[in-house]
Design a protein around this ligand. Structure first.
Ligand code: DON
Length: 604
């Protein structure tokens, strides 16, 4: 079965991967309370991702004898080809993996790390932080972890050879694919005239007030980047080919992940970063490793929520938010006083999020470098204490959120993608991957066609000074050689009391990842919505600092006004994250397509 989205891609048949897949189409039914179409329901296995070709590649890997891990790898690599604004082999990410044979959950960290020669001082010139330098150009680039991470995933827990997972991405990059609505939207923001700007002050992406500094660094936009994505305006449905990337992926297919970290590809990456003012060295690539970490776990109702530990803040902030919510709504009677979509419910969710984000800003960082008392933040007793502070009818003073002390002496969705997979054996993968901001550092690594990340902007370059996403932090998340910047990515697997997978979830959208993931989980677990309705329902976002409650256009007006009366300063934004969700049900799997992206689930 295959349909075309009303505003979506011109793809009718996925013969590219040689597999008949069941597809679901979801129109953008976003009006509050509007009936949503049913989710995709399949008996055995499913992949939910931001692009139909990516989901189809995952299903093809499953049908070729692969498991959820192989499918996740194939899906992620295709996403990196068709959505260069969001992810790719120049970026990095995190995966949470459930292996059915032993009921274990594993967390793999393939986050970018700071090059050995990068320090806080690298971003300072004449005593002042160089405006925009962590978001664009060579200094913005962290050592990419994507290829090592995907390689390790299939090596440790997959069934297929790495080369099989790379196949669909190589083919699509070589033959071309239709530009999606999401890529067209991101590319439309690349105004070629402005891209010739000589300084971030003229760069439309840099909203940081420091960019007005006339001493802003003199890096012109990378001509290869402009030629590839901006010189000719990319429109939805146009055929886009990425031949240089196809040849790089082809090398990785034959030589394996090592070929990214040593030899010609590594040399090209280093050359491009250095030419753009960065300090990346071949040794940084050669030394890069993906790290298996103990996943972070907490209970919500009678379920086990397993998510990503630091260097992502996602798991901690998610568990803290859900814990505070549960402490405020311990029974059905309490929950009945916060009906879904009401101002009472949004208020309490937002107040819970503010606790989570306050602790994120003050305490979280890469635990290989700084001490973080993770156990405290996921302790239900702490959540009860935080919940007691909250008021049903008013916001608190800013400093009353989270654990007080160590104050951090104190900017849209594009550069990230989340995918969820469940296979017929019961294995599951939640994987979120990113190049950070839209199109990363706007830097292409020479003739490799690799678009490089700007993940260094996720560090707190200056204590208390907001990054591109408006997030603040302190020395816990300061730059240091080899350190991994704090993330908000929240790949999450929910297990039932018997240890079986019930839900695979996560999102894109910077800090909005945490809010979006929490809301979709509440919609399923507390409000009993099906997968599609849970994802389609309007969402809100608050990250403690700045004191701004972002609401989607479909949040009812009276609800917004009621939130204002409680003291929230509201602002309408187009979307709060993009979520790809799978639910395990009695009869199989439910998959949602995110109406806020060209997402489409596939399965059988
Ligand atoms: O790791 C993070 O949290 C960010 N680099 C994700 C960035 C993102 O989702 C895109 N845009 N805001």
């Amino acid at each position: 079965m295959s349909h075309r989205r009303s505003h979506g891609l011109k793809i009718t048949r996925l013969t590219l991967v040689g597999s008949v897949v069941v597809l679901v189409v979801v129109a953008a039914a976003r009006a509050a309370g509007a009936a949503t179409p049913p989710p995709l329901r399949v008996p055995h296995a499913a992949v939910a991702s931001d692009h139909p070709l990516a989901s189809a590649a995952g299903v093809a890997a499953l049908k070729a004898g692969g498991n959820a891990v192989d499918a996740a790898c194939a899906t992620a690599l295709v996403l990196g080809v068709v959505h260069p604004e969001s992810s790719g082999i120049g970026g990095g990410g995190f995966a949470v993996v459930y292996t059915a044979k032993d009921g274990k959950v594993h967390a793999l960290d393939f986050r970018e790390r700071a090059p050995a020669a990068l320090t806080a001082a690298s971003f300072v010139k004449e005593g002042k932080v160089i405006p925009g330098a962590s978001a664009r150009g060579g200094l913005a680039v962290g050592v990419p972890g994507e290829v090592r991470g995907l390689g390790e995933l299939v090596r440790r827990w997959g069934k297929l050879p790495f080369r099989r997972c790379v196949d669909p991405a190589v083919k699509l990059a070589a033959k071309g694919f239709p530009v999606s609505s999401r890529l067209a939207e991101a590319a439309a923001k690349l105004d070629p005239a402005k891209l010739e700007a000589k300084s971030p002050a003229q760069d439309p992406r840099v909203q940081d007030p420091r960019a007005q500094d006339p001493r802003a660094y003199p890096t012109a936009e990378d001509p290869r980047f402009v030629e590839m994505f901006a010189a000719k305006r990319l429109r939805e449905g146009d055929l886009l080919r990425r031949p240089e990337l196809a040849s790089t992926l082809g090398r990785l297919r034959i030589l394996g992940p090592d070929a990214f970290y040593k030899g010609e590809i590594a040399a090209e990456i280093v050359k491009a970063v250095k030419a753009a003012g960065g300090v990346l060295a071949v040794e940084d690539l050669a030394a890069y490793t993906a790290i298996e970490r103990a996943p972070i776990e907490g209970r919500f109702r009678d379920l086990r929520v397993v998510s990503m530990p630091p260097p992502s803040s996602g798991g901690v902030a998610l568990l803290e938010t859900l814990g505070v919510w549960a402490a405020r709504h311990p029974t059905d009677a309490e929950l009945g006083r916060s009906p879904r979509g009401s101002s009472a419910a949004f208020h309490m969710l937002v107040e819970a999020l503010k606790h989570g984000f306050a602790d994120r800003a003050r305490y979280l960082g890469d635990t290989d470098f700084v001490k973080v008392d993770v156990a405290r933040f996921v302790d239900p007793a702490y959540h009860v204490e935080l919940a007691r502070r909250l008021k049903p009818d008013a916001v608190l003073a800013r400093d009353a959120y989270g654990t007080l002390g160590a104050p951090p002496a104190p900017r849209k969705d594009a550069g990230t993608t989340h995918l969820s997979v469940i296979d017929a054996e019961g294995n599951a993968v939640a994987l979120t991957s990113t190049v950070n901001l839209g199109f990363g550092a706007h830097l292409v690594a020479g003739k490799t066609g690799i678009l490089l990340n700007d993940q260094m902007d996720d560090f707190a370059i200056e204590p208390g000074v907001p990054n591109w996403d408006g997030l603040i932090g302190n020395e816990q998340n300061a730059v240091a050689p080899g350190k991994r910047p704090l993330s908000s990515m929240t790949p999450t697997i929910v297990l039932d009391g018997a240890g079986k997978v019930r839900m695979v979830v996560g999102a894109a959208g910077g800090p909005r990842i945490i809010s979006a993931t929490a809301q979709v989980m509440l919609n399923v677990i507390d409000y009993k919505l099906d997968a599609q309705a849970a994802v389609s329902a309007p969402r809100v976002h608050h990250q403690w600092f700045p004191d701004l409650l972002a609401i989607e256009p479909d949040v009812a007006r009276d609800v917004a006004e009621s939130l204002e009366r409680r003291g929230h300063k509201t602002k309408v934004i187009p979307r709060v994250g993009t979520v790809n969700l799978l639910l395990k049900t009695e009869s199989g799997i439910e998959a949602a397509a995110e109406p806020r992206s060209p997402s489409q689930a596939a399965g059988y």
